[in-house]
Design a protein around this ligand. Structure first.
Ligand code: C5P
Length: 218
């Protein structure tokens, strides 16, 4: 029996996570937040003395790490039994995640962990290469983006709401640096999959984006 997959790719802060979670709830499908896998590895590395430049050691940590995802109202992630949800959203975690995500051997280890999420009755997968590399045969593909300023403003609001100290200028330059790294890397760069529906969410509400995505499936 074929399992339907909807991929939502795009740069950080475009609203992929919120939209994907809402769409997966409406459809009753499973949800893969692939960024959280790269972020979990970033935390695993920070917990050891491994350097961000030491690819072989990072591959070893990636192969050994045990991840558990509990998808309730909020995504809860456990790394080797320890709840790391609080650290996942930090900018420093995202920055390390994007540096280690550039290594092809690291991506290869994480590929199967992501593909294992494809289970009945269906999957909504968000990330950078869901429609191009991880689920190239997905039936439904979306590329969701927004201007860097809008994305930085949203990120800032999220952090402040979580009572995490934030500075809008630092967030904007961090987002621009991460975009550049994600777009320019050689392996699985951030790119729009052929045939994907392009949505610029700069001037759209979350509900409007969710509606556009659901229309694609209907
Ligand atoms: O989506 P999120 O901001 O949580 O992702 C953190 C980082 O992980 C990204 O900047 C990107 O470098 C990397 N990533 C990736 N491929 C994915 C998801 C995330 O390279 N499918």
């Amino acid at each position: 029996m074929s399992i339907p997959v909807l991929t939502i790719d795009g740069p950080s802060g475009a609203g992929k996570g919120t939209v994907s979670r809402l769409v997966s709830k409406k459809l009753g499908w499973n949800y893969l937040d692939s960024g959280s896998i790269y972020r979990s590895l970033a935390i695993a590395i920070q917990n050891t003395s491994v350097q961000v430049s030491d690819v072989d050691a990072i591959v070893e940590v990636a192969s050994a790490m045990a991840l558990e995802f509990e998808c309730g109202d909020e995504l809860v992630v456990k790394l080797n039994g320890e709840n790391i949800t609080g650290q996942l959203g930090l900018e420093s975690t995202g920055s390390i995640a994007s540096q280690i995500a550039a290594y092809p051997s690291v991506r290869a280890v994480l590929l199967k962990k992501q593909q294992d999420f494809k289970q009945l009755p269906g999957l909504v997968a968000d990330g950078r290469d869901m429609g191009t590399v991880v689920f190239p045969d997905a039936e439904y593909k979306v590329f969701l983006t927004a201007s860097a300023q809008k994305r930085a403003a949203r990120r800032y609001k999220q952090l402040i709401e979580k009572e995490i100290d934030a500075n809008i200028d630092e967030i904007t330059s961090e987002i621009e640096a991460r975009d550049r790294r994600d777009r320019e890397r050689e392996t699985a760069p951030l790119a729009m999959a052929v045939g994907a529906l392009y949505i610029d969410s700069s001037d759209l509400t979350i509900d409007q984006v969710v509606e556009d995505v659901l229309n694609l499936i209907r």
